[in-house]
Ligand binder design. Structure first.
Ligand code: CA
Length: 234
């Protein structure tokens, strides 16, 4: 796996060898391995030797990069990694589809080296800041959140059925407690971007309703809707 100068592990998934080489150079990854040219190869590499960040080209010879994002998000080894999608397809709705598939952010080709470098640095910086902050449990509204294990505790009961995104939504609400958080703000916090469309806001609603299902009758009331303002923990 390729390491940059600060020791983070980056996997570049791109079938065009010239473009792949240019990205590896731009990221300062030198001649070290950490490249894949198909989705299948990338998936096998990533679950075996887990990277901090994956850069995924959307047009891969054996399938759609968005599908690779989904597979990485759904695998326990790679559920928490950062994923940046690169694409030449800037058609409307495509960005939302990538984010819904689990990408953290989205860059349109052609990407200039310095821009890619600063983007990747910012993502990795945020990631290491968050992981330091998240190593201890956080308490809000009588609930306890264990970020690493994605477990929420209420009294003696553990709630551990959340997907990584669902847990991120709960965690964002815990951070803003006692203030409510709107759908757009939740999207910005959890998905790391401006909500690209109304579909993204509906994505937040779908996550909220799945979380409530998983909380069950006893804990469901902890996640309240605040009319006109969003959601809050109570
Ligand atoms: Ca391609």
């Amino acid at each position: 796996m390729a390491l940059n100068h600060s020791g983070e592990r980056i996997l570049v998934v791109e079938d065009d060898p010239v473009f792949r080489g240019a990205m590896i150079d731009a990221l300062g990854l030198g001649g070290r391995a950490g490249e894949a040219s198909t989705a299948a190869e990338a998936f096998t590499m990533a679950i075996r030797d887990v990277p901090d960040l994956v850069i995924v080209d959307l047009g891969l010879p054996d399938g759609d990069g968005a599908e690779l994002c989904r597979r990485l998000r759904n695998h326990e080894n790679t559920a928490g990694i950062s994923i940046v999608v690169l694409t030449g397809d800037t058609s409307e709705g495509r960005d939302a589809a990538c984010l819904d598939a689990g990408a953290d952010s989205y860059l349109a080709k052609p990407v200039k080296g310095p821009r890619l470098r600063s983007y990747v640095r910012a993502l990795l910086r945020r990631r290491s800041m968050m992981s330091r902050r998240k190593s201890r449990p956080m308490r809000a509204a009588g609930l306890e959140f264990h970020y690493k294990s994605k477990v929420m505790r209420l009294g003696e009961k553990n709630y551990a059925e959340f997907s990584p995104r669902e847990f991120e939504v709960l965690y964002a609400l815990a951070l803003s407690h006692p203030d409510p958080m709107g759908r757009g703000e939740i999207y910005r916090r959890v998905w790391g971007l401006e909500p690209p469309s109304d579909d993204s806001l509906r994505t937040v609603e779908v996550h909220i309703s799945r979380i409530r299902e998983k909380l069950g009758p006893r804990a469901r009331e902890k996640l309240a809707t605040v009319p006109g303002r969003g959601y809050r923990l109570v």
